[in-house]
Ligand binder design. Structure first.
Ligand SMILES: Cc1cc2nc3c(=O)[nH]c(=O)nc-3n(C[C@H](O)[C@H](O)[C@H](O)COP(=O)(O)OP(=O)(O)OC[C@H]3O[C@@H](n4cnc5c(N)ncnc54)[C@H](O)[C@@H]3O)c2cc1C
Length: 434
């Protein structure tokens, strides 16, 4: 045990403050480096710790939702973000939304009272692989640190924007319409196809081109150069999609003539419970994605587990570099947490900081522990970012990444997941009676 060790946490955002809080709770001294207000990212507006850069919502607090369960797991693990969120809560039905200034001020209040944490307002441009460090610089790290990371890990270690197509549950696809087939029958018939006739296509097309998009910040506008959103491609002409993501050739059903258009879905997880809409990277608002994509035949009851997004987002090719403790495989004193580790969202970022801090404290103190498993949302996110995938895209909390059970009744299944997760969290905490 070495309690003389001080951990450097780089970045005082959601993940950084959560990691610092967890380290401090276990008696570890922390130097928390935050570059704001001296330098700022293009998205942050204040100098406060844990600034919410966009929405003021932490999503649903219904425990039967993945986001609600994540909140409860974090609350049990004594999350500072959850504590401050409840202290600054504003009314918003079932979701947990906050007054953003009150929220950040509450975080500042708790951290400033913490004798183990020293907040240093300074940009960190490099780090030393042997000094215990948690890198929590978020999706918009300073250029100098981002360049250092590229030199340290290799040129292809970092991605710089997110251009993700929606991911939907297989359960929500109507297989009276959908069928399996690979284009030109090349390889196994692993793809799900959704055929459209001309009228169905035009109905979808007209809604797509008149739908509402997310307004981009100036710094995000150049992300589209290499990867065009489906709605922008569609505006090039009524037939543009028929030569792109809705190309029907080679997807004919046996003994049937070619459909006018076909949307294709690709397996997205090893359980084959979620699929992504190929070529549907989009900048539509979440509400519009649900409305417009449900017009595709077979997707009337679409359930989107991860909406399409296009925004600047720096993140590590984590499956190569990190294990399921957010620890670097090759540098055991370096952990990476928050959005830059490949999780997506405020809470998810905070949850990764929470366990990175928790596990690093245990490492320093020499305490044996078993990392949280995929029975929990927290453990599932950690498993996701450390598991090799064909294309690694950031992930938010959802029930398809946790260990699956077969149950027909959806509510009972969710109740089972909740019970199983909370049991494991309580065991991790040593609470024997729960
Ligand atoms: C434009 C934008 C909008 C988003 N909107 C939402 C949303 O509405 N809802 C949602 O759930 N998620 C959203 N996200 C995704 C994500 O949840 C947030 O970015 C979240 O803040 C990530 O938490 P974090 O701790 O990883 O990073 P951050 O909260 O960004 O914290 C990183 C901190 O590191 C500091 N820093 C960076 N480089 C250095 C350095 N070299 N030295 C010292 N300090 C440094 C930064 O100033 C910052 O304070 C958005 C992301 C972006 C980019």
């Amino acid at each position: 045990m070495n309690q003389k060790i001080t951990v450097n946490v780089i970045g005082g955002g959601l993940a950084g403050v959560e990691a610092s809080h967890q380290l401090s709770k276990q008696g570890i001294k922390v130097k928390l480096y935050e570059m704001r207000p001296i330098n700022s990212s293009p998205a942050h507006k204040t100098g406060f710790l844990a600034e919410l850069v966009c929405s003021n919502s932490f999503k649903s607090s219904n425990i039967l939702s993945a986001s609600g369960l994540l909140k409860e797991e974090m609350r049990l693990l004594d999350s500072i973000i959850i504590k401050a969120a409840y202290a600054s809560r504003v009314e918003s039905g079932e979701s947990l939304s906050v007054d953003r200034l009150l929220f950040s001020k509450e975080i500042e209040r708790i951290i400033s009272k913490d004798e183990n944490i020293e907040v240093i307002r300074e940009e960190i441009c490099s780090f030393d692989k042997d000094t215990p460090t948690i890198i929590a610089v978020g999706p918009l790290p300073s250029t100098k640190l981002s360049n250092f990371l590229k030199d340290f890990l290799g040129r292809d270690s970092l991605h710089f924007f997110d251009a993700v197509a929606p991911i939907i549950t297989k359960e929500s696809i109507d297989f009276n319409i959908a069928y399996y087939k690979s284009r030109y029958d090349k390889g196994a018939p692993d793809f799900i196809n959704l055929p459209m006739n001309k009228e169905e296509y035009l109905n979808f097309y007209n809604e797509l081109v008149s739908s509402e998009s997310v307004v981009l910040e100036d710094f995000e506008k150049n992300v589209f150069e290499g990867c065009m959103p489906i709605e922008v491609l569609a505006k090039r002409g009524v037939k543009a999609l028929l030569f792109g993501p809705l190309k029907p050739v080679g997807l004919e059903k046996e003994n049937e003539k070619r459909s006018y258009a076909v949307a294709q879905l690709r397996i997205d997880d090893i359980n084959r419970s979620t699929y992504n809409l190929i070529g549907f990277q989009t900048n539509l608002t979440f509400k519009e994605q649900k409305r417009v994509f449900s017009l595709i035949p077979g997707l009337k009851n679409i359930s989107i587990v991860r909406y399409g997004v296009m925004h600047k987002n720096t993140y590590l090719e984590s499956p190569i570099y990190l294990n399921n403790c957010y620890q670097m495989k090759d540098y055991k004193n370096i952990y990476v947490a928050g959005q830059i580790s490949g999780v997506e969202g405020y809470l998810e970022s905070a949850s990764s900081g929470l366990i990175a801090g928790n596990y690093m404290a245990k490492q320093i103190l020499g305490t044996q522990f078993v990392p949280l498993s995929t029975n929990t949302i927290i453990g599932s996110l950690a498993n996701y970012i450390s598991t090799k995938q064909k294309t690694f895209n950031p992930m938010n909390a959802n029930f398809s990444i946790i260990s699956q059970v077969e149950m027909k009744d959806k509510r009972l299944k969710k109740e089972f997941y909740v019970k199983r997760s909370l049991k494991e969290i309580n065991e991790y905490l040593g609470n024997k009676n729960d």
